[in-house]
Design a protein around this ligand. Sequence first.
Ligand code: FPP
Length: 233
Amino acid sequence: MTDEKRIPRHIAIILDGNGRWAKSRNLPRLMGHRAGLRKLEDMVRLVKREGIRYFSVYAFSTENWNRPIMEVTGLMSLFGYYLRRKVDEIKAEGARIRFCGRKDRIPDELLRQMKWAEDYTKDEKILDFIICLNYGGRAEIIDAVNSLIASKPQLPVTEEDLRKHFYLPDVPDPDLIVRTSGELRLSNFWLWESAYSEYYFTDIHWPDFGEEELHKALDSYAGRDRRYGGLKK
Ligand code: FPP
């Protein structure tokens, strides 16, 4: 059982391993992404059931544009499909969809669907489901610095001044960051916000990450002693 007092308020997941999952089954990579999307739909319900308030996922990074055009186009249509077909289910769960990342390079039609999904679910208050799409931690910091400078702030600026210019300034920093599929790195996800995050790594590929794996991650988190640079209480 997971200790209720130690549930993360914000869990973030780096959805890795769709390609390897597909390869191990002799399937095209896009089938791996489709399987990953199905798993994500389950996960929204599972994290909500755990009482988690913010759930963010790294769905497409600023570097993922460097993948073959077929894969990029396939992923963009998968995001569009999700928004056309699944938003009602998300809303019925009491979840609000929010996107986090740069808006350039995203196809116009998808941008319109993203805006619609955000507006349509904006009053839901049980879970914020944050999709990081065309997101990069360095890009976010640079965009925030430029926006801060343009606002002609009083000097010296503080951390809080800068934070106000992040993509989603009201979202608390991730308490727990999970990465699937065996890689032990952050890959430009939540760079600033992860300063005091706890990490959980698993070899399981994202399409195989289920309820049992989620509980392992949450149990591991519940046992951690977070000191934020201070001393053990
Ligand atoms: C990384 O696995 C995964 C991605 C770049 C895409 C993740 C996207 C989804 C699961 C679909 C999500 C949909 C919505 C609507 C948010 P990889 O391709 O790098 O796998 P590999 O490292 O094994 O090749």
